[in-house]
Design a binder for this molecule. Structure first.
Ligand code: NAP
Length: 243
């Protein structure tokens, strides 16, 4: 176990698989205690066992992060076990691609609530403690879709631009009080998410995508800068991106 984050408590959302799971493991590798949350309790419990074997404390909390009461329970469980959260990684997210005509209001609510509302609720839950202690890190896993509009991703782009605006405003709002806000904006990552975007397991295009671990390393970079440094935006693209 590393020492970089020893003594720090990190909350990672969307940690049952993909980028969130890799981020929880990477922050634990650097010594952080980790609260892992998503809806799927079984996967979280298995991850918490792996984390505990890495000699850090781990707390799995099954929660639907679009629900205010679930986020309140996440906050209470975190404070009861660790007394605080130093790092929040807003990673939980979903996407459905397709032309606008193929997207319903239910699709819009699902994406906006999972991607933006969960970011709002979780940040609102943990930011006050960070401001009180005048130290904290809030990281958003946005996307290249939060930096430029892309065809067949209109609603997904809207949710990721929303996270970006929220993060930019918070960066100004909280910086002088010691809280560092960062956005990691990856292009294609080979996770379960890709299957919701028209690909199937075994699709050769998955091979060329970045790995979840690559994004996790960027999160670690964002939360381990020297005291005088903040990294607001980390844009990541696969080498295979067309010119
Ligand atoms: P993933 O493997 O599908 O993981 C998504 C995570 O979000 C899962 O742990 C899922 O857990 C959780 N989640 C979904 N709905 C939730 C809810 N209502 N409440 C709590 N947790 C919920 O996808 P991923 O690629 O790791 O995506 C992670 C983040 O990266 C997302 O924000 C995505 O937009 C962003 N991103 C992905 C890519 C990519 O190409 N993969 C590229 C750029 C950005 P449960 O289902 O157990 O709840």
């Amino acid at each position: 176990m590393g020492e970089l984050l020893k003594g720090k408590v990190a909350v990672v959302t969307g940690a049952s698989r993909g980028i969130g799971e890799a981020t929880a493991l990477t922050l634990a590798q650097a010594g952080a205690d980790v609260v892992v949350t998503a809806r799927t309790g079984d996967e979280l419990a298995a991850l918490a066992e792996r984390l505990a074997r890495m000699d850090v404390a781990a707390l799995p909390v099954a929660a639907d992060l679009t629900r205010e009461e679930d986020v309140a329970r996440l906050r209470e469980a975190t404070l009861a076990r660790f007394g605080r959260a130093d790092i929040l990684v807003n990673n939980a997210g979903v996407g459905k691609y397709g032309p606008l005509s193929a997207l319903s209001a239910a699709d819009y609510d699902w994406m906006m609530n999972t991607n933006m509302r969960s970011s709002f609720l979780c940040t609102s839950a943990f930011l006050p403690g960070m401001l009180e202690r005048r130290q904290g890190w809030v990281v958003f896993v946005s996307s290249v879709a939060g930096l430029k509009g892309l065809p067949n991703e209109s609603v997904y782009c809207a949710t990721k631009f929303a996270q970006m605006g929220f993060a930019q405003a918070l960066d100004y709002e909280t910086r002088e009080q010691g809280v560092k806000v960062s956005v990691v904006a990856p292009g294609g990552v080979g996770t379960h998410f890709a299957f919701g975007t028209g690909r199937t397991p075994g699709d050769p295009s998955l091979e060329a995508m970045m790995d979840a671990k690559d994004v996790a390393e960027a999160v670690l970079f964002a939360v381990t800068q020297p005291p005088k440094v903040r990294v607001f935006l980390i844009g990541m693209r696969p080498m295979s991106e067309p010119l």
